[in-house]
Design a binder for this molecule. Structure first.
Ligand code: AMP
Ligand code: MG
Length: 684
């Protein structure tokens, strides 16, 4: 079925020889062709595995069969590690490095020593941790306390694979770190042995006769049949499943570029944005705000992974799927008040009903009430059979065995119908909707305990400019404090994303490039401020232009200089103006909705209100204007100065007045559009 004739899946082990009798947690190999699995092969140690796999590959090559060989451990480490250890970003350099440094035999190996050695070479404290041996190892912490990590904890693919372990952890149940250290040297030998006949995916395309790929069988495979060792079952069944993939499905799953961190085969990757996604139609000089916004809206889409989370943890995230009610709300008819329940309405006049024993309270399973009687019922109780109407306790007189009240009372009074709020199967959440506390209640009430939502968007913030000094430092003459970064980092948090502080760089293209490289490895989107126009010192736009995927968006907006929108290594960059006022307004108007879409959210429109102006202004035609505004007591005032360096006006304001592109003469009392800061997500 697939473009591969044979699927081999290997469950690896970082430990010593496991003896001649098949056991769990050893090395297991599963082979399948066209949906037909073979009996799994037990391999007692890595020497045995290397010999068996080598023979197997030779036989397959001899039979001219194309092989997909999946191994269940990471083929690469998180961003930055290859470079730090080997001086190159190429993860295969780590394979070579480990092959020369790791010593291995069925009874002993030096993996903990090598991990400790790497920690020491890289400055100590990490990245590796965990030691299952009896003796302490120099450089290797036994547990995570006092541990410092200079690299990401997980690779991009692992962030999409919930339940995966960090490859820095070498000991403890489920840890995968030892398997990597003890697996890559073996794969490195296979790679040399089969040279041109073998490709390592995704570092090379899967076009050679043999493709090695990293796999993770557990999430794809059900429980083992009785009496079968779990590892044996997993390799057998996952090999069978992969051998049944259609060529199209296989091609899609292999269509991944991750040259440094590798990828777990079978984890779908969010499709990257195209490099031309910020291109503008040729010949356009000043793009109106609404047009710029609809361009952004049409070009962008979600870039983060989808995760399954319990509702409580999912609150604040963006739903990735529509969700239907699993249960009606209320699930059964019940009483809305404390009172007495009976069957049917009653007309005018006095009614006396005998009182049945007992009562129905919230949580009780509904019983039954004989006709003609009444029963004590408490708010939320499911109505017993024979009760469809409830009279308020305040409206009756109670004597020993009966109640009396005056009609009329309608049939159904004071009760709630089953499903009157939500019927089973109703859509209660849309993909793209933020899950707020009310949604948490609705989901839970209708029987939904977990939801699939987008992982938070990581947004890097970087300031540029020779003139900038860091908050807390002494600013020299001519320097100003970097005010944009704290503002932008906090805006990102207010928008519900994860801020990544990338500090600041002077107006130096090399340093800027290096910092953007770093940002692209750590974030899903990048906000820079300063240097975004077309002048001599505008290195952000120069560097992005050199990279070939930038457009200067000249948007007809005041305040605002051109926005430099570009792509850096597949990561979208929003080059904001340096002026704090323009930076804030451009972020609220353009970056916020764009980031929302990248995060999987519906395009957010700020909620605005038409309110009487408490100011006077004559506006020229051409640009949309956003004025710092303060709303109080039913009218809105604007800041005395429109100077875009006046940060105090931002702090004075509780929103913006939005003036459309046309000319306008605004007099006190005229209605103007007020957009409260809170409607952009800013916390009040
Ligand atoms: P630029 O866009 O780099 O030409 O900067 C425009 C104006 O904004 C200049 O006056 C800069 O000094 C100022 N500026 C740039 N970045 C920041 C920042 N991070 N904080 C405060 N002011 C800034
Ligand atoms: Mg500057």
């Amino acid at each position: 079925m697939t473009q591969f004739d044979t699927i081999l899946i290997v469950d690896w082990s970082g430990g010593n020889d496991r003896g001649p009798k098949p056991v769990a947690d050893a090395i297991w190999a599963g082979v399948a062709r066209e949906g037909v699995p073979q009996a799994p092969v037990y391999l007692r140690n890595r020497d045995a595995a290397l010999i068996w796999i080598t023979d197997f590959f030779r036989a397959e090559l001899g039979a001219r069969r194309r092989v997909f060989a999946g191994f269940d451990f990471p083929f690469a480490y998180p961003h930055g590690f290859a470079k730090a250890l080997t001086g190159t970003d190429n993860p295969l350099a780590i394979w070579d490095w480990l092959e020369t440094h790791i010593t291995d035999s069925p009874t002993a190996n030096n993996r903990f020593q090598i991990a400790g050695h790497i920690n020491q070479v890289l400055g100590g404290g990490g990245p590796f941790w965990g030691n299952a041996g009896r003796t302490d190892v120099p450089g290797l912490a036994r547990n995570k306390s006092g541990y410092e990590l200079a690299f990401p904890e997980r690779r991009a693919t692992e962030r999409l694979a919930s339940g995966s372990f960090s490859c820095w952890q070498l000991a403890g149940a489920g840890a995968v770190g030892s398997q990597v250290l003890m697996g890559l040297p073996v794969l490195s030998q296979l790679r040399r042995e089969f040279s041109d006949a073998l490709a390592v995916w995704p570092f090379s395309p899967a076009t050679a006769p043999i493709t090695l790929a990293e796999v993770w069988p557990a999430p794809h495979v059900g429980p083992a049949p009785d009496g079968m060792i779990k590892d044996a079952w997993q390799v057998q069944d996952y090999a069978r499943q992969i051998s049944l993939l259609s060529p199209k499905a296989m091609t899609d799953l292999l269509d991944i570029t991750s040259p440094e961190e590798g990828w777990i085969f079978g984890i779908p990757s969010p499709k990257p944005l195209k490099n031309d996604c910020f291109a503008l139609p040729a010949g356009v000089h000043w793009t109106p705000v609404t047009e710029a916004l609809s361009l952004l809206k049409s070009r962008l889409r979600p870039v983060t992974a989808v995760q399954s989370l319990p509702v409580t943890q999912a609150t604040g995230t963006i739903a990735a799927d529509d969700v239907l009610a699993r249960r009606a709300n209320p699930p059964l008819p019940n009483t809305a008040v404390d009172g007495y329940g009976f069957a049917g309405g009653r007309g005018d006049g006095l009614h006396v009903l005998p009182l049945a024993r007992g009562r129905a309270a919230a949580g009780d399973a509904p019983g039954a009430l004989p006709p003609g009687q009444a029963l004590r019922v408490l708010t939320g109780a499911a109505l017993p059979a024979g009760v469809d109407t409830v009279v308020l306790q305040e409206d009756i007189t109670l004597s020993e065995n009966q109640i009396a009240f005056h009609g009329p009372i309608k049939q159904g009074a004071n009760t709630r119908r089953a499903g009157e709020d939500v019927t089973q199967g109703t859509r209660i959440l849309r993909a793209g909707q933020r899950i707020r506390p009310p949604e948490a209640a609705l989901l839970t009430a209708t029987g939904v305990a977990t939801v699939r939502s987008y992982a938070p968007l990581r947004v890097a913030v970087l300031s540029t400019g020779d003139e900038l000094a860091e908050a807390g430092d002494t600013a020299q003459d001519g320097q100003i404090f970097d005010a944009n970064r704290p503002m932008l980092l906090n805006l990102i948090r207010n928008f519900g994303h994860t801020p990544v502080d990338l500090g600041r760089v002077p107006d130096n293209p090399d340093m800027l490039r290096a910092r953007l490289d770093q940002a692209a490895g750590q974030a899903d989107a990048i906000l820079t401020s300063g240097g975004a126009s077309a002048g001599d010192k505008d290195h952000v736009s120069a560097v992005l232009s050199d990279a070939g995927a930038m457009t200067l968006w000249r948007i007809a907006i005041k305040p605002g200089r051109p926005l430099a929108l570009g792509m850096w290594q597949g990561t979208p960059v929003f080059g904001l103006p340096g002026n704090p006022v323009a930076a804030l307004i451009c972020t609220l108007i353009f970056a916020r909705p764009a980031l929302a879409v990248l995060a999987g959210q519906d395009w957010p429109e700020p909620m605005g209100f038409d309110v009487p102006a408490a100011f006077q202004k004559s506006k020229k035609p051409g640009r949309s204007e956003y004025l710092r505004a303060h709303y109080a007591d039913g009218t809105v005032q604007v800041f005395s100065s429109e100077g875009s360096g006046r940060i105090s006006g931002l702090s004075w304001a509780n929103g913006l007045v939005e003036l459309p592109p046309g000319a306008a003469e605004i007099r006190p009392g005229d209605k103007v559009r007020f957009l409260p800061f809170t409607s952009f997500g800013l916390t009040p």
